[in-house]
Design a protein around this ligand. Structure first.
Ligand code: HEM
Length: 478
């Protein structure tokens, strides 16, 4: 019976040939995920590819139409996240981005939407403006440290929005603990990173047991995660007690709690959302702060402005024409600056910050285009690195590897309606912070262009230093 039902079963999508027992364990990439998945797509001549190891199925979608059909039209089945048995040991089960599809996730997501919808994020504009201005001043003082300034801009904006806690230096303990936790955690959650993910029963072995190395690392990660959560929360309580508190998501909650009371459940919800946004893991196989995605995008912006002086000049001319030179751009100006809008779209298309997005998981067996997609499958999408992958699909974006904001204008010179930023994902799990990300990035890009010209650095002899454009995925982050 088993044999005959297997014989009748629809095939999995094409992919590398599995070996006996271990399946495709040796085929799974440990780096350059999007590139490898896109190469599989070409090799097996299919935009949908599949691999499997020890019962863990992975399906990668390289084409937009399939992502829309599965992750959006069939969202009811495709909105879960793959779960790793090691998460609770690491203290990461608070993370909204990793939560299984269900009531707890729904409650957290609702709270995120209340705070980060396009209307609600307007309250952050004064803070975004203040942080952008600090970024500009730092850039003026030490332009060669633009990456550090970028990092401080993004992290301090987030900790201020969540806790009213400002970070002025890169050595702040809040950044250190989150980074240390990320490094350790990042190693545990990549495929093959821990045997506990393959044999969940091993999680019951105590961490002192000889050989329980990933267990020890998970305990260390949990300690750092708890410290990462403790520092800003204590800061909020202290600042409320001494009257120095400034409005933020968590401060406002505690003020309300002290005034009229609040349930423990509500407190947990607020804390989880704030931790997720400020320093949590954003995907299942690698730790990337939401901050890092914004940092990755603004570094791509600076790099492309340096490499494309004509594009930079055209954007500056637009700003000069529309705004003049007596003030900095504000979000009000956004609709009057179509060329800058096209640059924003192109930055996120050209180097999507998470080139294989965050995997969704399937809750029931499904069939698609004659293939079986079994329950529990992690569904990923690949954006980059091949003519087949979504944001580099030659049929949609001719010359996909060229940085060309002009591609977003129609024959009449009007901005076209291709305003769906694929880099923010799909369906019910689409990035819930995209309005924050979009406004922060836009304001940073517009203000930088209004004040500076970005060009190649020079060596001691005054010769231009070529830019190394060969930056790629590091972990899952560009
Ligand atoms: C350029 C910056 C950013 C990019 C490219 C980005 C991208 C993404 C992607 C691809 C996902 C997964 C979507 C999916 O599963 O289909 C995601 C999820 C998420 N993002 Fe972002 N993100 C960015 C910034 C932010 C910011 C600033 C915040 C917070 C204010 C944020 C909060 C979240 C949360 C909470 C989730 C989990 C949603 C869920 O699982 O329901 N992101 N993001």
């Amino acid at each position: 019976d088993i044999l005959s039902s297997k014989a009748k079963r629809a095939p999995y999508p094409p992919g590398p040939k599995p070996l006996p027992l271990i399946g495709n364990a040796l085929d799974f990439p440990s780096e350059k995920f999007a590139q490898t998945y896109a190469e599989w797509g070409q090799k097996y001549n299919s935009p949908i590819v599949h691999a499997e190891s020890l019962g863990n199925h992975v399906v990668v979608l390289n084409r937009l139409e399939d992502a829309i059909e599965l992750l959006e039209q069939r969202a009811k089945l495709y909105s879960d996240r793959p779960s790793l048995p090691i998460f609770p040991l690491m203290g990461w089960d608070f993370n909204v981005a990793l939560m299984p599809y269900g009531d707890a996730w729904r409650q957290h997501r609702r709270l995120c939407q209340q705070n980060f919808n396009p209307q609600a994020v307007r309250k952050y504009e004064p803070l975004q403006t203040e942080k952008v201005q600090r970024f500009l001043r730092s850039l003026l003082d030490t332009p060669e440290e633009f990456e550090t300034h970028n990092k401080i801009f993004s992290v301090s904006l987030t900790t201020c929005m969540m806790y009213g806690y400002d970070i002025k230096s890169i050595d702040d303990r809040v950044i250190e603990v989150a980074e240390e936790g990320n490094v350790i955690g990042g190693r545990l959650v990549v495929p093959g990173g821990s045997l506990i993910n393959i044999f969940p029963v091993l999680r019951h072995i105590p961490s002192w047991f000889p050989g329980a190395s990933s267990h020890k690392a998970a305990v260390e990660c949990k300690k750092l995660t708890e410290e990462m959560m403790r520092i800003p929360t204590e800061y909020v309580k202290r600042s409320l007690a001494d009257g120095t508190a400034v409005p933020s998501l968590v401060t406002d909650f505690y003020e309300r709690k002290y005034a009229v009371g609040a349930s423990e459940e509500e407190e947990e919800l607020i804390k989880n959302v704030a931790y997720t946004v400020y320093g949590a893991a954003s995907d299942t196989y690698n730790l990337t702060y939401h901050n890092w995605q914004t940092i990755s995008a603004s570094n791509t912006f600076i790099c492309q402005m340096v490499l494309n002086p004509d594009i930079q000049r055209k954007a500056q001319a637009e700003i000069d024409r529309v705004i003049g030179n007596k003030r900095l751009p504000t979000l009000e100006d956004r609709k009057s600056l179509p060329y800058l809008e096209a640059i924003y779209r192109e930055v996120l298309r050209f180097k999507p910050p998470i080139p294989i997005s965050v995997a969704h998981a399937v809750t029931e067996d499904d069939h698609y285009k004659g293939y079986l997609i079994p329950k529990g499958t992690g569904i990923s999408v690949a954006w980059s690195y091949s003519a087949q992958a979504m944001s580099h699909d030659e049929e949609v974006y001719p010359e996909p590897f060229a940085f060309k904001p002009d591609r977003y204008f129609d024959a009449n010179g009007e901005l076209n309606n291709d305003d769906r930023i694929l880099a923010y994902g799909f369906g019910r799990r689409i990035c819930v912070g995209k309005s924050v990300a979009s406004t922060s990035l836009w304001l940073q890009m517009a203000s930088t262009l209004a004040c500076f010209t970005m060009s190649k650095a020079k060596d001691a002899d005054g010769n231009e230093i070529e830019v190394d454009t060969n930056y790629e995925e590091s972990g899952l982050l560009m």
